[in-house]
Design a protein around this ligand. Sequence first.
Ligand code: C5P
Length: 420
Amino acid sequence: MDTDNVKIGSGRKILLIVGGGIAAYKVLDLIRRLREVGHEVRCVLTAGGAEFVTPLSLAALSGNKIYKDLFDPTDEHEMGHIQLSRWADLLLVAPATADLIAKMTMGLAGDLATAMLLATNKSVVIAPAMNVRMWEHPATVANIATLRSRGIKVIGPEEGDMACGEYGFGRMSEPSVILAAIAQHFQLSGRLHGRRALVTSGPTWEPIDPVRAIVNRSSGRQGHAIATALASAGVTTTLVTGPTALRDPQGLEVIHVETARDMLAACIIARDRGPILDIAVCAAAVADWRIDDVAPQKLKKGNRGPPQLKLTENPDILENLSQQGNRRPRLVIGFAAETEDLIRAAQEKRYRKGCDWIIANDVSASANKGRGTFGGDLNTVHFITATTTEAWPMASKDSVALRLVDRIAETFGVSHDQHP
Ligand code: C5P
């Protein structure tokens, strides 16, 4: 845990919603740690949560009374549920059970916890905990994607042995990890207010004929996570994305494109229509080549054998945006997805394309403990500038995004107009 990070952004008001799962025991330690770094904590205990921890232990550790009932006349008189959710700087749901997550997605408000989650206009962070099959069920996967697209931060879950005897993803993150993520959240929020950013994400599709295309395996998760993190740091963000299965993140502008040429055109329009961009992040996996002449009708199998596809090089968006000139964004960041000789290839790419920073990620099948990078949740990257190369530990794509935005904020904090 980065203790410096934890100290920054302390002294906030945190409303902790305790869901009904065995991981609830960990919130006792979490409350203690949150208070240790100066946060004030009030707890809402769900009916399920009360099966695992007692109101008395939460009250003793938080130093505040516990809220349980939506229709409690005394509570409503003292501090109603709307006021309570307004009081908080942040709502933290831990453990976030599959049931609570589903209710949040649906916008249900049948008890105090869900009513507050629906009524709040504050940031919401959830730390899921459940059986691995529940976590991997398509319903939960879709619910989490929806919550993420609404700007809700998801911490974990982690992989490991579960209370039910199974093994896999589903363990609630440790209090130290939740604490660090909260610190990072407060550290970021509003820090880049007034800045403008452009992010490219996802693959591009290059048509062969009306039904076929050249595509690549990018899911867009890393680029979308960066755009979301920038927006939560107060940046006015435009996300230009190729086709992905992801929902559009909220709180930012999303432009959908298919081909590399469309992506470049959209980027140039977004770049040129306002003040100079502060940040451009090219996370898209742009197809290097397109078909020279796209067939107007579907190509047919015939006795002349397979068609010979003639390829033409696509424009390089990162290189275009990096070109010196009076519209160059102040900070241009590229990605280098490599399967071998990662660092050397990325350093060379940074220099050749003229960007300021490059994030090198190993996309070989063995990366991320054999779980790969494409489509997955994890990323192991190197952060490369003209003068430094740093190995960042394997982390979720959301964490990599937060860390990158933290770096960006540091850079702009030093001097607004200084070239990084
Ligand atoms: O050359 P390579 O594709 O490995 O470079 C990767 C970096 O360049 C990424 O940041 C990617 O978004 C960007 N790129 C681009 N336009 C291209 C090809 C790559 O913006 N046509």
